[in-house]
Design a binder for this molecule. Structure first.
Ligand code: ZN
Length: 482
């Protein structure tokens, strides 16, 4: 790890901490690995990303959102396969007894990252968080105990699958049907050490698209994405760049429906500000595919700190989920479909884009941070797109004088009444106030001076170019919303 990279990572973490984006949870009690809290600006940034995501899938794709519980009884995860298969391999250090998750950096043959001791195989660890639902009936009654077993969900998807019969009726028994959900999920990770990358409690945004399996080879809107150039790493083979259409036609991506959603994920990530040159799609190899997946592509972000990291997974889950829930719950999960000659029953297939919101937030923080020398000073800027910037604009009186402050507060109030989230700041020099807003990614600063009192115009400064224009107060909101 070069010093420059180390500095960069510290810089992102330091800024996120100091400016109120991200804090270690339970800090005053010493913290706990794998948990982070979003501070005021972090929460605003996250809400902004989630709002764009909802807009993209609900309005853009016509999907509906539901909100299912985060705790579920044992049966659900017995059926879904999570109790059996949702596990990571672990190794343990012979000297300090610490457990580690097996990955590229840690396995038998490597030394303990904590103390340098010998690492030995520690078997599989299930990643589900277990809890009790209510008070089990007799302590010695094993089946009552089992019945009261509950688990925190490891993904939001199951809440959608188990509601499928009602969702289908809601959709007047028609396919395709797209349902989304945003919410917390939990994984009891063995050794979370990478800030927002591997969390024990995290936010997922998932879309489950139920589709007639006979129609997976044609997506009605494929033409709108087919020319999108993608950087692809096939499961077996070299990295390559090609259009989505070429990837589907050559069979690298297994069907058009999946190809369409891989392309849409790329479109969304670029829309919120993930740079295209730091983005690629990598196909899972057969041996790393999840137990439910037929084909799976990860959108990966090139982090200066962590290398390529997964931020979204797009999977073809086939009929796995609906079939297992149909059989475990004894519920009909099939759809009546009309073929040429007769009505037949079929189990829909599921295409699933699954977004790790916290990792996306990290990717945005890291890739937005920009530094430049301005005169004698270094200017630090978070170049957020204005759709997701936590603060949309800041209003300053040029000087700390009552008549300017009064006018500035008036402008500030007016913008709030337009539902624009703006800050008011009168403390310190104007240069210091600009620097603070640059650092938290505020796209515009609005300054009220003595001319404002004469002609009702203000100076609007744009964050990235630092260009200043004079704008009538009545038109400021149009500038901010452009
Ligand atoms: Zn050790």
């Amino acid at each position: 790890m070069s010093n420059a990279k180390e500095d960069r990572k510290d810089e992102v973490a330091e800024l996120a901490l100091r400016r109120g984006f991200l804090w270690q949870s339970f800090e005053i009690y010493g913290g706990a690995a794998g948990f982070y809290d979003y501070g005021p600006l972090g929460a605003l940034l996250k809400r902004g990303v989630e709002a764009e995501w909802r807009r993209f899938y609900c309005i853009g794709e016509g999907f509906y959102e539901i909100e299912a519980t985060t705790i579920a009884p044992r049966d659900i995860f017995e059926a879904s396969g999570h109790l059996k298969s949702f596990a990571d391999m672990a190794v343990a250090c012979k000297s300090c007894k610490t457990f580690f998750r097996v990955d590229e950096g840690i396995n038998i043959g490597k030394r303990c990252p904590e103390c340098g001791g010998e690492l030995v195989d520690a078997g599989e660890f299930n990643l589900m968080f277990q809890t009790k639902i209510g008070v089990p009936k007799g302590e010695r009654d094993e089946s009552a105990q089992k019945k009261s077993e509950g688990y925190l969900r490891p993904e939001t998807a199951q809440g959608i699958f188990i509601n499928f019969p009602r969702l289908l009726r809601f959709n007047r028994d028609k396919l395709p049907l797209g349902i989304i959900q945003i919410g917390k999920a939990y994984r009891n990770e063995i050794s979370p050490r990478k800030s927002l990358i591997r969390l024990r409690e995290f936010t997922m945004a998932e879309a489950e698209i139920f589709v007639d399996p006979r129609e997976k080879d044609r997506h009605p809107k494929f033409d709108t994405v087919k020319d999108r150039a993608m950087r692809l790493v096939p499961g077996e083979g070299e990295e390559t760049e090609m259009s989505v259409e070429a990837a589907v036609k050559s069979g690298i991506i297994t069907n058009e429906y999946l190809g369409y959603h891989v392309a849409k994920v790329g479109e969304f990530l670029e829309r919120i500000g993930i740079p295209k040159d730091k983005l690629r799609f990598r196909q899972h190899r057969k041996d790393e595919m999840a137990h439910y997946a037929r084909d799976c592509w990860d959108a990966e972000f090139l982090s200066e700190r962590y290398g390529w990291m997964e931020i979204v997974g797009v999977a073809d889950r086939g009929d796995y989920d609906l079939s297992v829930h149909a059989s475990f719950s004894n519920t009909d999960m099939s759809v009546h479909a009309q073929s040429d000659t007769e009505q037949e029953k079929l189990i829909p297939h599921v295409i699933e884009p699954s977004f790790g919101i916290d990792r996306i937030i990290y990717a945005l923080l890291e890739s937005s941070l920009y530094k430049e020398q301005v005169g004698k000073e270094k200017r630090k800027v978070l170049r957020f797109k204005k759709e997701i910037a936590p603060i949309k604009a800041a209003v300053f009186p040029l000087l700390n004088r009552d008549e300017l402050k009064e006018k500035a507060k008036e402008v500030f109030q007016k913008l709030r009444e337009e539902s624009i989230f703006v800050e008011y700041d009168a403390s310190g020099s104007i240069g210091r106030r600009y620097r603070r807003q640059d650092e938290i990614g505020t796209p515009y600063c609005i300054t009220i001076d003595y001319d404002t009192l004469e002609d009702d115009t203000v100076t609007v400064r744009e964050r990235d170019t630092m260009e200043q224009v004079r704008v009538p107060i009545a038109e400021v909101k149009d500038v901010l919303l452009l």
